[in-house]
Design a protein around this ligand. Structure first.
Ligand SMILES: [Zn+2]
Length: 531
């Protein structure tokens, strides 16, 4: 989301650079017992593998990991038939019995803000919620805690000094993200991008935080310079920029990816050029912003119309990536469901809960007078939006999985799994959902670099980033929630909870996902106790 007081936050970031005090506590060093390995030779035995390409499950398979790499994925027999030991890879330093487990590539959250002072979160809290839900890579869209903070945690995660996913920093385009002044000319735009590259950024999140970055010549310079320096580009094309530049126009300039949906319905206008704003609309009133956003898709060309097809075809031809983040808008269509999600009690920090509550000053807290009509508009809005995204996927477009949690009653990790469910609701087969969450994310991150992805598939040669779960996620994606899925056991007649990620493997290190979640529960209990 576009952070509340982004400018204030960014100014605070500049202050941080001077006094070296982190805005949000850094993650503690990895303690003894937090993760095992990497191993000389780890073998996950007899598992059912979902490889991430969209191929169906296959098993029993032995997955061999040496150090931080997958070296072999071998079929060792047939379902329900005893495995011949002679056919199996040998010499394991450590074995995991995977005979009742599904093994998937680690998930990529393409829209993961690391929390901050607004939410009252710590890095440990956010990182462990991510890891406990199988998220082994996060693109930080904007690096709102500051470039230095983000690089610091990225580097420590890369060395496995902390329990955290791989962090891929994209940097906000805003004058407060560097000391070079306003980004108000093509020359300044190029200098800004050079400074991002120099400081180790992987890409740009183009957003108009007070700078005219959607002026065509400035946007063109940002994108062109990013391409030269092999940086990725994405945008949150807010209402304040879209009158000047819609998504199709930006994609024509070479933009690689978009967040959310902003600028897409505007690309589909046929009988207007500007959204039908009520005359008393004020962008700084978030009930206006989100309320009217729910009435936007119906103003665009309808599914399968000539315009709808033409825009889609052109985006496809440009190789454009869509990162929809359906989940972060869910409260708009069903506030009660989202507020009352079953994980809040145990896993949502009181400070985060306060941040979610109705406020004219907090971002995403626009529940001043949220009505039945607003929710119905949003339900219809979702249908049109989902139809576009599903068809984009059907025609070969790349759709990735991002959550944007930490706002609007959406919790880190848990609401990434909710995004998987919403992709299925949009029309994705569960295998298409998994592919979006794994291979597609990895490919989108690698594309600007010109290199091949190093993770995102269960395949020899890939980095060992894996999710292990003892239920079939294709049958029910809910088994990936930390709280598991409800299941009536017909043998015992009892209701039980099944699933929850069992192990998450990152860089060859095996983490017990339930232990990570127990740590989060403790952190929440401690904050509650203090209050
Ligand atoms: Zn965001």
């Amino acid at each position: 989301m576009l952070k509340r007081g982004l400018l204030i936050l960014l100014l605070a970031t500049a202050a941080f650079a001077q006094n070296d005090e982190p805005q949000q506590p850094y993650a503690p060093n990895r303690r003894a017992g937090e993760g095992e390995g990497p191993f000389k030779r780890l073998i996950i035995r007899g598992a059912t593998v979902i490889d991430g390409t969209g191929a169906p499950p296959m098993g029993p398979m032995d997955v061999v990991i040496e150090g931080n790499r997958i070296v072999e994925v071998r079929s060792v027999g047939y379902p329900k038939v005893e495995i011949d030991p002679a056919r199996r890879p040998k010499d394991a330093e450590r074995e995991i019995d995977g005979s009742k487990m599904y093994v998937l590539p680690g998930f990529v959250d393409m829209h993961g803000h690391a929390g901050g002072t607004e939410q009252g979160t710590t890095a440990e809290y956010v990182f462990k919620l991510w890891m406990a839900h199988g998220i082994t890579t996060v693109r930080d869209p904007g690096s709102g805690n500051g470039v230095e903070w983000t690089m610091h945690e990225r580097d420590r995660s890369a060395k496995n000094e902390i329990v955290a996913p791989r962090i891929v920093p994209y940097i906000f385009t805003g004058s407060s993200m560097w000391d070079g002044g306003a980004i108000n000319s093509p020359e300044q735009a190029r200098k800004f991008v050079q400074s991002v590259a120099k400081r180790g950024g992987a890409g740009l999140k183009i957003i108009g935080a007070g700078d005219p970055v959607y002026d065509p010549e400035i946007l063109a310079a940002l994108i062109d310079e990013a391409k030269k320096l092999k940086l990725g580009t994405t945008t949150h094309l807010s209402q304040m920029g879209v009158a000047r530049m819609n998504i199709l126009q930006a994609a024509r300039l070479g933009l690689g990816c978009m967040e959310h949906w902003y600028g897409l319905p505007e690309s589909l206008f046929t009988d207007r050029t500007i959204q039908d704003y009520p005359v008393d609309y004020n962008y700084s009133d978030e009930s206006h912003r989100f309320g009217q956003a729910g009435r936007l898709w119906k103003q665009a060309a309808p599914p399968d119309s000539a315009k709808w097809n033409a825009v889609m075809d052109e985006l496809l031809k440009l190789g454009f990536t869509i990162d929809p983040t359906f989940t972060i808008y869910e409260a708009s269509r069903d506030l009660s469901r989202t507020m009352n999600a079953e994980w809040h009690d145990r896993y949502t920090l009181p400070s985060l809960w306060e941040w979610y509550e109705p406020s004219r000053k907090a971002h995403g807290a626009y529940w001043f007078d949220w009505t039945t009509a607003d929710e119905i508009e949003w339900k219809n809005n979702f249908r049109l939006w989902m139809a576009f995204v599903n068809e984009y996927k059907n025609r070969g477009g790349r759709v990735t999985t991002g959550s944007d949690s930490g706002y609007i009653y959406k919790l880190y990790g848990f609401d990434y799994i909710r995004e998987l469910e919403l992709l299925q609701e949009a029309g994705f087969h569960p295998l298409e959902v998994i592919r979006s969450a794994t291979m597609n994310g990895a490919e989108a991150l690698a594309a600007p670099t010109g290199k091949r992805p190093e993770f995102g598939l269960v395949r020899p040669g890939m980095l060992a980033d894996l999710v292990l779960v003892d239920e079939n996620p294709l049958h029910n994606l809910k088994v990936l929630y930390g709280t598991g899925a409800i299941h009536l056991n017909d043998t015992t007649g009892k209701v039980e909870r099944i699933g929850g990620v069992k192990y998450v493997v990152k860089d060859g290190i095996v983490y017990d996902a339930k232990k990570l979640l127990a740590d989060v529960e403790r952190i929440v209990a401690e904050q509650k106790g203090v209050r």
